[in-house]
Design a binder for this molecule. Structure first.
Ligand SMILES: Nc1ncnc2c1ncn2[C@@H]1O[C@H](COP(=O)(O)OP(=O)(O)OP(=O)(O)O)[C@@H](O)[C@H]1O
Length: 768
């Protein structure tokens, strides 16, 4: 087998997940191969804002690109390569929750057109191999990453002892995809799948149904085949599958064993790197029967590995603790080793003295070592969630992508397996073998005579050349006599069967020719249509992108308006509450004023209420008793004389005895500073005032006028008014109200009092 070496860069594509309306994305597609990384508005790094950057990719897919588009652009050619006998490795890489699993697998179960790369690749593969599939059990894994061809008896035994399929009953699925070129009818093939996960840097087999408890499963080593020098997972289970449904059943069962968990950033986050490998095993058909040539050297194996990497993550954002945190550590360190390998490969490419690449530092890089050394083509889909919260991580992902783009590996292209043309006959080798069997049944031992039987008849007799007529008749006579002789030899029934078979075969070939012609016509029409609309399609795509951008801008503005509207509504609510509060306060004040007005405007009685008059006596008596007691104590204890106050104008700071006999501090004696400032005060007292004997006394100017009954004359001579009212409250305590106001002239020449303040003094028994 000859091999050709060529240096090839890794192919890096980018898929941007859709962004929610109103969210300003931090990764913006610029065109079909460029993306722009923009920092969120308030982003600062070491106090510096981020200057936006452009990154280049092979292809860029945005939120409107569907699963089919991504598959066709990123994986269809890999399926074709697989059929041709080449190897390929496809990764999805990105932050947790960026759409890696969505891109790789999609929703396999829901049956909608949301299938990711994996089911689509299987679908295209099986569609293309439908005429090449060989019975199960003929090829068997040899335990060293290779295959052997078993005898028909061994193959039957393998089939009979194969475990039944699992509990998933996949309904036949249909995925609209374009077909790949099929493998030539000269080769037979079969497909094996394996599925492993690398969890905490240990490799586990996900197809191993014997392990029911994930804690009891054993890890597998990575080995190198001494002959082919390829790395593989030791003792991994490879299941032979013959349809996309069978393969997906295996995948879904294995998915249940895969380590996923709910994190703050993804409801179903992959906690491991998963590797689904499709291996196509082919060999030339044997000449005569439906069996491959029994020579293991003729076996050709090609593979396509689909790797869904676990997402890189920062513990701070995922909020992970405990085992989730350990997993995150293992994920991040294996991705770091991948990065280190890339860095080393990049530097090695520029130097004459390459240093070893640390493939063996993690299971992930160790397993794919041979790919980096040229086993096949490597492609990576960088998945990005453009939400602003992912900006920091996306920045690292973009830097990783930039590094990966610079990595060059030796890709060894193996000689391609023969393919069928796209317009090949719509029946396969199996049909031909079936027809041969039918024919053999029909003609039995007379097969050697068939050449004569199928001898084409002579051309029809024409009279254009009358000299030839005799010859023409003679040719027909000979033809019929040969056919008669044949019929006699074969017997009537066999002859008729053989003739009928030949007619039916002719008919089938005619249909096939017709189908081919139709196919050719349709493909010509398709080409014409494609050419005619190619321009329109690209224009419409551009228009679509523009409209999408506009829509996004409108949505963004709308969100702004909605936020403003919400703010306004809240402010209005607050204003209304404030107004209600103000109204209640003014209501309270007005009630108070009304109460005072009622109090003041009530007819002033010269005689106090019986209650107040009675109280006066009550207040006088204990005061005298107190005085006597104090006098008695002072004489007995030789008490010191009182110290004169320094603030002479406001009275002594030493407690003095009031008129009523209670102590009061003369420093604070006069409290109502507001009364009488700059004018004359009319001090309106009740007739029978109960001495309050308190420190709180209104300070009145000397020229104040005291009265128990006001007259118009009094009002005219004064500018300020102080009214003292006393009453008894429900507890029996005396309450003194000092109601203050300004006396203002009225338009009619009289006076009115405008009340502006009330001071309330309440006595309370301290034992209460
Ligand atoms: N391009 C897209 N279109 C529609 N939905 C998407 C797209 N990308 C991601 N999603 C949705 O985002 C969610 C998270 O995606 P997914 O599970 O694929 O992330 P992940 O990168 O595999 O995360 P993890 O590394 O944590 O496993 C899923 O619900 C998925 O359907």
């Amino acid at each position: 087998m000859t091999e050709t070496d060529k240096k090839r860069g890794l192919e890096i594509h980018c898929r941007i997940a859709p962004v929610k309306p109103g969210v300003e994305p931090c990764v913006v597609p610029e065109d079909e191969s460029l993306v722009r990384l923009v920092a969120p508005a308030d982003y600062l790094r070491n106090g510096e804002p981020f200057t936006e950057r452009i990154y280049r990719f092979g292809k860029v897919f945005d939120g409107t690109d569907d699963q089919r588009t991504v598959f066709e652009a990123c994986a269809f050619d890999f399926v074709q390569d697989l059929i041709k006998g080449q190897n390929s490795l496809l990764f999805t890489y990105g932050v947790t929750g960026s759409g890696k699993t969505h891109t790789m697998a999609g929703s396999v179960k829901d049956g909608k057109d949301n299938f990711g790369i994996l089911p689509r690749a299987l679908y295209v593969l099986f569609k293309s191999l439908q005429n090449n599939m060989v019975e199960k059990g003929i090829f068997r894994p040899n335990g060293q990453n290779g295959f052997v061809i078993q005898s028909p008896e061994e193959a039957k035994r393998t089939r009979d002892t194969a475990p039944p399929m699992g509990h998933y009953e996949m309904r036949p699925i249909y995925i609209p995809v374009r077909p790949a070129q099929a493998l030539s009818q000269s080769h037979c093939s079969t497909v094996f799948v394996s599925y492993v996960e690398i969890y905490n840097n240990l490799c586990y087999d996900l197809l191993d149904e014997n392990v029911t408890d994930p804690k009891l499963r054993t890890s597998h080593d990575i080995r190198t085949n001494p002959l082919t020098k390829t790395t593989y997972v030791e003792k991994v289970k490879e299941v032979e599958v013959h349809s996309v449904e069978e393969a997906l059943e295996q995948f879904l069962q294995a998915q249940e064993r895969r380590q996923t968990a709910k994190t703050a950033l993804n409801a179903s986050s992959s906690r491991s790197h998963s590797i689904f490998t499709i291996r196509l095993v082919t060999a030339p058909w044997a000449e005569t029967d439906e069996y491959p040539i029994r020579d293991s050297d003729q076996i050709r194996i090609s593979e396509m590995s689909l790797v869904d990497l676990a997402g890189s993550e920062r513990a701070k954002r995922t909020g992970n603790t405990g085992s989730r945190l350990d997993e995150a550590g293992a994920i991040n360190s294996s991705l770091l080793v991948l990065r280190q390998c890339f860095e080393k490969l990049r530097t090695n490419a520029k130097t004459r003295n390459p240093t070893p690449v640390p493939y063996r530092d993690t299971k992930l890089t160790h397993l794919f070592k041979t790919y980096f050394e040229g086993k096949g083509c490597i492609r990576m889909i960088i998945c990005v969630n453009p939400r602003p919260a992912d900006f920091e991580e996306n920045k690292h992902v973009m830097e990783f992508a930039e590094l990966a783009r610079e990595v060059k590996t030796n890709t060894i292209t193996l000689p391609a397996l023969p393919l069928e043309g796209l317009n090949s006959l719509p029946f396969g080798r199996r049909d031909v073998l079936q027809w041969t069997r039918e024919f053999e049944e029909a003609v039995g031992d007379f097969e050697p005579l068939m050449i004569e039987l199928f001898e084409p008849p002579p051309p029809p007799i024409t009279v254009i050349n009358p000299e030839d007529l005799k010859d023409q008749i003679e040719r027909w006579r000979e033809y019929y006599s040969r056919q008669d002789a044949l019929r006699k030899k074969m017997g009537e029934t066999v002859y008729d069967n053989a003739k009928a078979f030949s007619e039916s075969l002719k008919q089938r070939l005619c249909y096939a020719d017709l189908a081919i012609m139709r196919c050719e016509k349709l493909s010509d029409e398709l080409n014409e249509v494609q050419q005619a609309y190619a321009h329109d399609v690209s224009r419409l795509r551009e228009e679509n992108k523009l409209l999408r951008d506009k829509l996004h801008a409108v949505e963004y503005r709308l969100c702004g308006y909605e936020a403003k509207d919400k703010n306004d509504r809240e402010r209005e609510k607050e204003n209304r509450a404030e107004m209600r509060r103000t109204a209640a306060e003014s209501e309270r004040k007005s009630r108070l004023l009304n109460a005072v007005t009622t109090l003041v405007e009530a007819p002033i009685t010269t005689t106090p209420t019986t209650n107040v008059a009675a109280l006066r006596k009550q207040f006088d008596t204990p005061a005298t008793a107190q005085d006597n007691e104090r006098k008695r104590l002072r004489t007995r204890n030789h008490s010191r004389p009182p110290v004169p106050s320094k603030t002479a104008n406001t009275g002594s700071a030493t407690p003095s005895v009031s008129r009523g006999g209670t102590h009061m501090n003369t420093r604070y004696h006069r409290r109502s500073q507001s009364v009488g400032v700059g004018g004359r005060v009319l001090d309106h007292q009740p007739v029978n005032k109960i001495p309050t004997g308190t420190v709180f006394q209104p300070q009145l100017p000397r020229n104040s006028r005291h009265t128990t009954r006001i007259s118009t004359e009094d009002l005219k001579k004064c500018t300020d008014y102080l009214f003292t009212n006393q009453s008894r409250d429900v507890n029996g305590s005396v309450r003194t109200d000092l109601v203050k106001g300004s006396i203002i002239p009225t338009a009619g020449g009289g006076r009115s009092v405008m009340f502006n303040d009330v001071e309330v003094l309440r006595h309370q028994d301290p034992t209460d």
